[in-house]
Design a protein around this ligand. Sequence first.
Ligand code: T3D
Length: 259
Amino acid sequence: MPYETILYEKHNGAATITLNRPQALNAFVPQMNTEVLDALKSAERDAEVRCLMLTGVGRAFCAGQDLKTRTPGQKGSLGASLRERYNPMIQQIRRMEKIVIAAVNGVAAGAGCNLALACDLRVASEEAKFIQSFVRVGLAPDSGGSFILPRLVGLSKAMELLLLGETVDAREAQRIGLVAKVFPASEFAQAAGELAQSVARSPRSIGLIKRAVNYAMLSDLEASLDYEAYLQEIAGRSADYDEGVRAFLEKRAPVFTGK
Ligand code: T3D
């Protein structure tokens, strides 16, 4: 499918989806939801792709829903919009075994912020900002934010961010556990790309790590222990595990193939 609101590229096992509506700080219109979902699915199907990165053109990562289409006369049903356009994107990111990295290049607000939170890892430019801006426009949190944010930063901090809607800069986001790494703006694209390349060279087990944590977030210890044993059986049968043990015993770096 040819894309108009996003860019999609592949390089050495890592694919990048770049939100491309810089005139509106990469805010979502329906076509962009459709294209992001399509690109996520095609990355999932593509055996060449082992890691996926999500980023934005210009000075924003994503400003959430395009509010210019939300005037009283044309706003329609927000519930339907979430069910049909946003929830499938978030579910796709969480369900796919491939690792999705949010490379937050600039401001991430509302559903745009929660899109980043749904990813497996977040890295940020020093210029990035995170805003749970729903309260600023009279909305409730969506796109998984009410579920994921407290799990990332704890209940008290999550409530503060949601209720006050204040801007969190990149360093503060790193301090509270919202992002893993912060890079200077001038080095950001390269550093984020290198991280995606390195994840793409990781062993098969990274997808199993994601599955294990996804499962554990929704279940109790007993069920998680059982599911861990199931996933470890899969990992133990992989070529990458054999290579990992061989490399350890031979005192060299492993060469993983993702098999
Ligand atoms: O379907 C549904 O409706 C349900 C889903 C709802 C979930 C949501 O995501 S609701 C939307 C949540 N997002 C926001 O509330 C963020 C709104 N934007 C802002 O608060 C600010 O723009 C930012 C804090 C993100 C950045 O501020 P600043 O000062 O750096 O930039 P700016 O001047 O406000 O914005 C620059 C341009 O981008 C401007 O356009 P203009 O006036 O020059 O033509 C602005 O209108 C546009 N823009 C920014 N955010 C949006 C947007 N246009 C449409 N929709 C936006 N969300």
